[in-house]
Ligand binder design. Structure first.
Ligand SMILES: Cc1cc2nc3c(=O)[nH]c(=O)nc-3n(C[C@H](O)[C@H](O)[C@H](O)COP(=O)(O)O)c2cc1C
Length: 460
């Protein structure tokens, strides 16, 4: 009799919840075991169908680094050393078992390319598993959950369908010995890629499953505010290139306040809502966020502005590192410190959290300058690198409830930057040279991250 094994990886518990539902669905068709990947055996013995599920980290399967990052953000479950990537990588070469893969992703970022399920399916193909279904994503509201309504039901039904599509072991075994000549030609296999679940016998797996493509519409998210800017159409199977930025939008401050209020209604009262505003140097982020915070306060909301600039390394540190001549570049900030502060703010402890600020006249960060008292309802943060997807910075995006980007006419922006440098003491030629050689390369780097924003605001 056919037998299934569900192997899951989960740090916040959402993928585990789904894995249990998938196993429930499979159990309607065949006996099934369920195991955390850290405890999963590499000996698959009498298993006919393997189903693996894990969280999407950085557009792919998690890695020890990303799992360590999750632990720092407060995720309690899962192993740092062993995830699906490591387990699948160590499996012996297959010759006929069936594999189905699923993952969890954040719903508001569904346009971001890449998924753990897609990467796991590719790894499965390398091991010569037969694909029992296309990779499937299930969606969360935030990086730590909860799952969108009805995802558990979808998972149960998906598990049942996957199990029902797998032939009895004798047929599967025949597949193991299927000669190349007796396999369907590649074109037939390509055609067979249409339906979600495989219904026939084994086919050339390499041709059977296209790159990860969502095969059914993602259920609408009822509790999230509607995006103000339309999300761009992104090929789901594109590789993790920076995705195109959403189209620009010019909302009024009132609309932004409404958007924050909708987030508040969604998050509830247990912790502050965290909103980040990214933008190139001189884009007007600080003006916009100061107005937003003032408007929220006027409406009776306790809101605090915490700038990323407070995490500038001190001048003495920059000199020691030999980076003083490019102050403002990514590696002249304490990105891990910034991510840790946001995480602490999000976890809403009983104490006032003291955040640093940046003093432009001193050109130094000033520690413990901004108080974020317990019970603060909204924290707004702004800076160049909130949307960067590398190193400790990648965690920032996932701690924020929403991330917006501000874009502005490039000429206006550079004029404003030169004027600002002059105001803070640089001679005009030095100011212009600094903008051209330091600020502008940073601006190009920042612009390339806008695809991770929930909303792009056209600034003035
Ligand atoms: C560092 C980091 C990177 C992430 N990358 C992505 C991503 O590329 N795409 C996405 O949809 N979600 C991403 N997420 C959110 C995770 O997918 C989410 O936390 C996970 O699915 C939760 O599953 P779990 O509760 O089983 O751990 C990321 C989260 C973190 C902390």
């Amino acid at each position: 009799m056919a037998r299934a094994l569900v192997v899951y990886e989960s740090m916040w518990g959402n993928t585990e919840l789904l894995a249990r539902a998938v196993a429930d669905g499979i159990a309607q068709v065949m006996p099934v075991d369920l195991t955390d990947v850290a405890a999963a055996s590499l000996d698959l013995d009498d298993v006919t169908l393997v189903v693996v599920g894990g969280p999407t980290h950085g557009h792919s399967m998690s890695s020890p680094d990303s799992r360590r990052g999750m632990r720092c953000l407060g995720a309690l479950h899962g192993s740092i050393c062993t995830g699906l990537r490591e387990w699948l990588g160590e499996l012996p070469e297959e010759d006929g078992r069936w594999l189905a893969t699923f993952d969890t992703r954040v719903s508001r970022n569904r346009r971001l390319p890449g998924s753990a399920a897609g990467s796991a399916a590719r790894e499965g193909r390398r091991h010569h598993f037969h694909a029992a279904a296309r990779p499937r994503s299930f969606y969360l509201v935030h990086a730590d959950g909860p799952l969108l309504t009805s995802e558990v039901d979808r998972a149960r039904e998906w598990g049942r369908m996957v199990a029902a599509s797998v032939p009895a072991p004798r047929q599967a075994k025949a597949g193991r010995h299927l000669s190349r000549a007796s396999r369907p030609p590649a074109s037939v296999a390509q055609d067979a890629a249409g339906p979600d679940i495989s219904l026939g016998g084994p086919v050339l797996v390499q041709h059977r499953v296209p790159e990860p493509v969502e095969d059914e519409p993602v259920p609408p998210e009822t509790t999230q505010p509607e995006p103000l800017a339309p999300a761009p159409a992104t090929a789901e199977h594109a590789q993790p290139e920076p995705p195109p930025a959403p189209a620009g939008y010019d909302p009024t401050l009132e609309l932004l306040v409404e958007r924050v209020r909708a987030l508040q209604a969604h998050v509830g009262t247990g912790r502050p809502v965290l909103v980040g505003v990214a933008g190139e140097p001189g884009a007007g982020k600080s003006t916009l966020t100061a107005s937003l915070v003032a408007a929220l306060q006027e409406g009776g909301t306790t809101a605090v502005l915490v700038p990323m600039d407070g995490f500038h390394l001190a001048n003495v540190a920059l000199a020691a590192l030999g980076r003083a001549d490019r102050k403002g570049a990514l590696d002249t900030f304490d990105g891990a410190g910034y991510a840790a502060l946001l995480t602490r703010l999000r976890s809403a402890g009983p104490d006032t959290v003291w955040a640093p600020t940046y003093d432009r006249s001193l050109e130094e960060s000033v520690a413990n300058a901004i108080a974020v008292p317990p019970g603060t309802e909204v924290v707004v943060t702004e800076g160049n690198y909130l949307l960067v997807d590398e190193g400790p910075w990648s965690a920032v995006r996932w701690v924020l409830d929403e991330a917006w980007a501000v874009e502005v006419d490039p000429d206006r922006r550079t004029e404003r930057l030169v004027a600002r440098h002059i105001l803070f003491g640089k001679p005009p030629e030095t100011a212009a040279a600094w903008v051209a050689t330091v600020d502008e390369p940073n601006a190009a780097f920042v612009r390339a991250t806008f695809g991770r924003a929930d909303l792009v605001i056209r600034g003035t």
